[in-house]
Ligand binder design. Structure first.
Ligand SMILES: [Zn+2]
Length: 382
């Protein structure tokens, strides 16, 4: 009986040995598989990085990749609830990925502004269909097309009263830079300059302006008087102020005045003018700003219109002048060359005797200056 036990023990030991060896072999096989997988992942990532670099150009390689994906996409589409799809738009170039994570394969790069169908969203990843491709994109780069563009007003006739302060740029007037451009100069210059960057339309460098019908005061004098008082008031409020001119005997074109504003790092340019009309009964103040359709400064339209609205409202509140509102203008050289939000304030009509006289009154001039400064404060949100 003892011999029988010894044989059974020996068999048990051999079996145990075989099992251990088999276990080691399986484990080692798995490990080598994992290493192979990992090297595949690495090469996929490299491919993805390559795709990223080529993302801007709609090249043939992308199209070829899309074609090979078509079969997968068709299958996946059957699982999607098409009725749940909403149309979204990309806010930048985004990677369309096979899975909802940033480590997986990129199917293709979707260009900024592309409309696509979004089916679901989870953990910041949106499942989308773009053309024939279905995959995942980071949801933060998708917007509802109905909500964009946010920068452009819908009409050229400006009715908004919303104050759009420049976000995050200034916390108080001490960090804001204002350029004041007192319109005209003692003598106009009728030699020509382009009406905007690259424009073939040529306009006089600087016109001579109008004259008070009752007081006989020239517009360029009123413009500088008010501008100098405005400079003092704005500096008292903490602003940094630059003037395109502080004297009458200068020759600075409208284009040069606009370029000056950018050269000193202005946040806004406020151009001071006074109006004239063939009808002596016309009165009131207005501001001019570019429209969203302006080919040179359309991108400045919203901010310029906001600035214009703030100033004309505060100015008319302070002076009691008739508020003629914000006028869209795309033909002003000094606006078209601007690189910062810009407005032209027409203080009032020098062709109207009462308004001409009022604008030479010291108390009224103080009100005018307070009104403009209040408008600038309102624009920045101070
Ligand atoms: Zn003028």
């Amino acid at each position: 009986m003892q011999k029988k036990y010894k044989i059974m023990l020996a068999i048990a030991i051999v079996l145990a040995f075989v099992l251990v060896i088999a276990g080691i072999m399986i484990a080692s096989h798995n490990r080598s598989d994992k290493q192979t997988d990992h090297s595949v992942e690495t090469s996929k990532v490299k491919d993805a990085e390559k795709d990223d670099e080529q993302g801007d150009s709609e090249d043939d390689e992308d199209n070829a990749a899309a074609t090979t994906e078509t079969g997968d996409a068709a299958e996946q589409e059957n699982e999607l609830d098409v009725s749940q799809a909403v149309t979204m738009k990309t806010t930048t170039n985004v990677n369309l990925r096979k899975e909802a994570n940033a480590d997986c394969e990129i199917i293709k790069v979707i260009a900024k502004g592309t409309e696509l169908q979004k089916y679901s969203e989870e953990n910041g990843w949106a499942k989308v269909k773009c053309g024939e491709d279905i995959g995942y994109v980071s949801a933060e780069f998708l917007v509802d097309p109905a909500q964009v563009p946010v920068e452009e007003p819908k009409q050229t006739t400006v009715t908004t009263t919303k104050v759009e302060a420049i976000p995050g740029q200034h916390r108080d007037p001490n960090s804001a830079v204002v350029v004041i451009d007192p319109g005209h100069q003692r003598s106009g210059d009728s030699t020509k300059e382009p009406n905007g960057p690259g424009s073939s339309v040529m306009k006089a460098r600087v016109a001579s302006g109008t004259t008070g019908v009752s007081t006989g005061v020239a517009e360029y004098i009123l413009n500088l008087d008010i501008s100098l008082k405005l400079k003092t008031e704005l500096e008292n409020r903490g602003y940094t102020v630059y003037m395109t001119r502080s004297a009458h005997d200068v020759n600075i074109s409208n284009m040069e005045r606009a370029q000056y504003a950018s050269s000193v790092g202005a946040d806004i340019a406020v151009r001071i003018h006074a109006n004239g009309s063939t009808s002596s009964s016309v009165s009131g103040a207005e501001t001019l700003a570019p429209s969203a359709n302006n080919v040179y400064v359309g991108h400045l339209a919203a901010a310029s219109q906001s600035l214009s609205r703030c100033i004309v409202d505060a100015y008319c509140a302070a002076t009691g002048f008739k508020n003629r509102g914000v006028i869209a203008s795309d033909t002003m050289t000094g606006i078209n060359w601007s690189e910062v939000p810009v407005t032209i304030l027409e203080l009032g009509f020098m062709s109207n005797a009462a308004e001409d006289q009022a604008m030479q009154d010291g108390n009224m001039q103080n009100n005018m200056v307070q009104g403009i400064a209040n408008g600038i404060d309102a624009y920045f949100g101070f």
